[in-house]
Design a protein around this ligand. Structure first.
Ligand SMILES: Nc1ncnc2c1ncn2[C@@H]1O[C@H](COP(=O)(O)OP(=O)(O)OP(=O)(O)O)[C@@H](O)[C@H]1O
Length: 750
């Protein structure tokens, strides 16, 4: 065999050996797991814990080996010294420990993404392997030869990349490990320290890059990050579901993902604040407001308070209260914890008065009993509570919203009109913008966790013993191989209930601090939300991705510098992505013109490809009439027939929020006639996040993408709460086709 057929056959043979090796490893892992399980639940407690720990370790390994089935091998480098190196989703070695496959995250794989004709390093040729199942179906070679004509804008593995871009979309994002581009790779492998801000237009791969970076950092800094965990923050739970396959497909499962609204364990924020209210609640001013609100619960009485305890009169003097408050504050403990110092101090001062009545000092024993009498007296308790009230964060914040005098006292900087905007009933549900304010209150109030701390100390001592034991197990069995360290194993030996992963423990603990935090759609976060996040990553090691031209929240960022410098000072650096891998050039260029005409801070954007006939603007009715529902349904149904199939393909109608519910009914009603009852039934049964046909407001499409989009009345969208940013977002969702329906004039720039 010669030529391409010969090359394909050769690569097939290589890929076959990799899969044989993968199957062998799977078999070994499955056997080990079976043996551990066969040992049953007998034996000492320690034996059982040990078996559980090994079972979990083998389960993790099995899951990792399963996750890499698809596109196990996707690249090959031919080096100038004649050697070849295959690159894939994990590293594989043969039975003699010789490298067969290089993990894409390893330094040795970097050249696969970075080498160019201009800077080939020691790479002579880069080959992309296209596989379907276990079969090699295609090859794409790039000879990195300085004599070749050099195009600085060239994309690496263009064929593989264009094929990936043209694929029908499902409701789940996929990984891009085979086609990462050089500008993306530089970001993925950037240093762990400090905050890295990635600014880029829509579709430049910010989300993809952020997730691959998380996988890379977990690989390169596993010891550090596995224990502390990585937090991924996204704009909505729908978005988190959209991305939730990417990290597992890269073999990583130990990551906590959340929205700002669910950041606090135990607090469910279901509401959304719009416009001015969101802006006001996002202001850093709340640092002061919450501090003042807490201080307002530490109050010196205007007049002396007399109390009678066990036949003796005592006086709570304002100056004693003032002194005790000052001393308790000097402990720098949160309010609810410092209260114990305040009470102790006050009871001591009152007990001193007792000595004065008798004329003689009390014995230590008598004094203790007087203190106890005072402590259990109701009037004393009421008086001390008025002076230093224990209060929950929820109550403190809800009082600010529900009681105008409390807000006026704590937030004199706000105008009366602004304070009125914040007013609401005590039982009203929490909103996403309340969460950072509650977080601030948690921080300043603290929880009385003395019991929890005593338990934690006990656990720590037990854990030290378990760690020692786990070390012995690891060295005796040779298990681990980089997958698990003694610390992880120890946490699984732990006798305290079911073993929790780092991710599980972190998610349940408000004060958990992470080793790295990834923030997506970061432009939407308010200053207060940033403060809450930064609190969770003391090292300030963060990956922040977003686009300040897509900001729809009134509290969000229009400039990274203005948003981040006050919080991170010079601890952040900026990287930019410039190529759109989603939107066809015609659509991307139009969206850019519209955004620029509205003076949005758009980044330069170059689309990686164009698609013929990708933009269609149809005027449905001249004059002030609205776009008729029929026209929307006809356009949507046409695109569904063209793009939606049983395995993939997604169509979205994006309309002003007020029309979404009505249009959703209309489109659903028309589907049976258009695609047959069976297919319509299949589509109707899909979960919202997987829906191949869907009607959404612009805001709901943030971060998502579809093969084709029907955009309804752009002028109305641009007049909505999110302005032209929302329109820019909506226009840049499709990978193939944008159909614009408008009754009014199109906004400037179309
Ligand atoms: N190197 C690549 N190879 C293949 N596909 C890519 C590559 N980079 C990005 N993509 C694809 O481009 C699309 C857009 O990527 P992504 O959603 O990460 O962009 P984004 O910058 O976060 O967009 P937005 O600003 O709209 O949220 C995704 O389908 C992604 O898989």
């Amino acid at each position: 065999m010669t030529g391409i057929a010969g090359e394909l056959a050769h690569e097939q043979a290589v890929v076959d050996t990799m899969y044989v090796r993968l199957d062998t490893l799977r078999g070994t892992t499955a056997n080990r797991l079976r043996n551990v399980r066969l040992e049953g639940a007998s034996g000492t407690h320690q034996n059982r814990s040990e078996r559980d720990a090994f079972a979990t370790m083998y389960e993790d390994r099995a899951a990792q080996l399963d996750a890499v089935e698809d596109r196990l091998v996707f690249g090959r480098l031919d080096l100038s010294d004649g050697a070849t190196r295959y690159v894939g989703r994990i590293g594989l070695t043969d039975a003699e420990h010789r490298s067969m496959l290089t993990d894409w995250r390893a330094p040795a794989a970097e050249a696969f993404y970075r080498a160019t004709a201009l800077h080939p390093g020691d790479v002579r040729r880069r080959r992309h392997l296209v596989t379907k199942g276990r079969a090699v179906t295609g090859l794409e070679d790039e000879v990195l030869d300085l004599d070749a004509e050099i195009d600085a804008d060239a994309l690496s593995g263009e064929g593989a990349l264009l094929a990936a871009m043209a694929q029908g979309r499902t409701g789940r994002m996929t990984d891009i490990v085979a086609t990462i581009q050089a500008e993306q790779d530089r970001i993925i492998r950037s240093d762990l320290t400090g905050a890295l801000v990635v600014q880029g237009g829509p579709g430049t791969g910010k989300t993809a890059v952020a997730l691959h970076r998380a996988a890379y950092l977990l690989y390169a800094h596993r010891r550090l990050l596995e224990r502390s965990g990585v937090l991924v923050v996204g704009p909505s739970s729908a978005f988190l579901r959209y991305i939730d396959q990417v990290l597992p497909s890269l073999g990583e499962t130990g990551v906590v993902s959340t929205t700002i609204g669910s950041l606090l364990p135990g607090v469910r924020a279901t509401g959304v604040d719009e416009g001015q209210v969101a802006r006001l609640k996002g202001l850093l001013l709340w640092r002061k407001v919450i501090r003042r609100a807490v201080r307002a619960r530490e109050r010196v009485p205007r007049h002396p308070v007399e109390v009678r305890v066990e036949g003796h009169d005592f006086v709570i003097h304002p100056r004693d209260v003032a002194d005790a408050i000052a001393r308790a504050r000097r402990t720098h403990k949160p309010h609810n914890l410092a209260r114990a110092s305040f009470v102790r101090d006050m009871l001591g001062r009152l007990a001193d008065q007792y000595r004065d009545f008798d004329g003689a000092p009390l014995s230590a024993e008598d004094r203790a009993s007087v203190v106890e009498d005072l402590r259990s007296d109701r009037d004393v308790r009421v008086a001390l509570n008025i002076a230093w009230l224990p209060i929950t964060p929820e109550r403190l914040v809800s009082d600010l919203y529900a009681k105008p005098h409390r807000l006026a006292e704590a937030a004199p900087e706000l105008s009366e009109r602004e304070r009125r905007l914040l007013a609401r009933d005590p039982g009203a549900p929490w909103t996403e913008s309340d969460v950072p304010i509650l977080d601030e209150a948690y921080e300043l109030l603290g929880e009385d966790d003395s019991l929890a701390r005593a338990e934690a100390q006990l656990r720590e001592a037990e854990r030290a013993q378990e760690l020692e034991y786990a070390r012995n197990v690891l060295s005796a069995t040779g298990a681990g191989g980089g997958l698990v360290d003694a610390e992880t194993l120890a946490s699984r030996f732990a006798a305290t209930g079911p073993s929790l992963t780092t991710a599980e423990r972190a998610a349940a603990d408000r004060s958990w601090t992470y080793g790295h935090v990834v923030v997506d759609e970061a432009q939407e976060l308010s200053p207060m939300a940033w403060r809450a996040l930064v609190r969770r990553v003391p090292t300030r090691s963060m990956t922040i991705v977003g686009d300040v031209a897509q900001t729809s929240s009134a509290a969000g960022a229009r400039s990274w510098d203005r948003m981040l410098t006050p919080l991170l000072r010079d601890g952040w650096r900026l990287a930019e992505l410039t190529v759109s891998y989603r939107t066809p050039a015609t659509v991307a260029d139009t969206a850019q013109r519209v955004a620029r005409a509205a003076w949005l801070p758009v980044s330069d954007l170059r689309a990686a490809r164009d698609v013929e006939g990708s933009l269609d603007a149809v005027r449905t009715a001249p004059g002030p009439e609205a776009v008729p529902d029929d026209a929307v349904v006809t356009a949507a149904v046409g695109l569904v027939k063209e793009f939606v199939g049983p395995d993939a393909g997604r169509v979205a109608v994006v309309a002003p929020p007020a029309h979404v519910a009505r249009l959703a009914d209309a489109v659903a009603g028309a589907l049976a006639d258009a695609v047959g009852a069976e297919e319509a039934g299949r589509l109707a049964a899909q979960r919202p996040e997987d829906a191949q046909v869907t009607v959404l407001s612009p805001r709901e499409t943030k971060g998502l993408e579809f093969d084709a989009v029907v955009l309804v009345e752009p002028a109305a969208i641009a007049e909505g709460a999110g302005g032209t940013s929302d329109l820019y977002v909506a226009m840049t969702r499709p990978t193939q086709r944008l159909v614009v329906l408008h009754a009014r004039d199109l906004p400037e720039g179309f």
